[in-house]
Design a protein around this ligand. Structure first.
Ligand SMILES: [Zn+2]
Ligand SMILES: [Zn+2]
Length: 97
């Protein structure tokens, strides 16, 4: 645990805008939205796309009653790797009062 001296939280930042969060997955989903990367799709229509599977399951339950809640996943590993390189981690500065 030598790397974390001081204990100030790490903030992850989007390179494309001012967006920042202390959760790296939130920033990655945000960057994927910039790139219009929506690997999860509805198998029954063309309307629902998402970076996560849960909104698709919800969509199928609402829009396609009687169908199994399911989704199509077309992940692009190369693009995901570039997204992982995209987020910038920085230590937030301690607030001086
Ligand atoms: Zn952004
Ligand atoms: Zn649908």
């Amino acid at each position: 645990m030598a790397a974390s001296a001081g204990g100030s939280p790490v903030i992850y930042r989007c390179r494309l805008c001012q967006y920042r969060s202390d959760k790296v997955t939130v920033v990655r989903h945000h960057v994927m939205a910039h790139l219009l990367y929506h690997p999860y799709r509805c198998p029954f229509c063309d309307l629902a796309r998402s970076v996560k599977s849960s909104p698709i399951n919800k969509h199928v339950r609402l829009r396609h009653p009687g169908q199994e809640p399911t989704f199509i996943c077309e992940r692009n590993e190369q693009l995901e790797r570039s997204v992982y390189e995209h987020d910038v981690a920085e230590k937030s500065r301690p607030v001086l009062r």
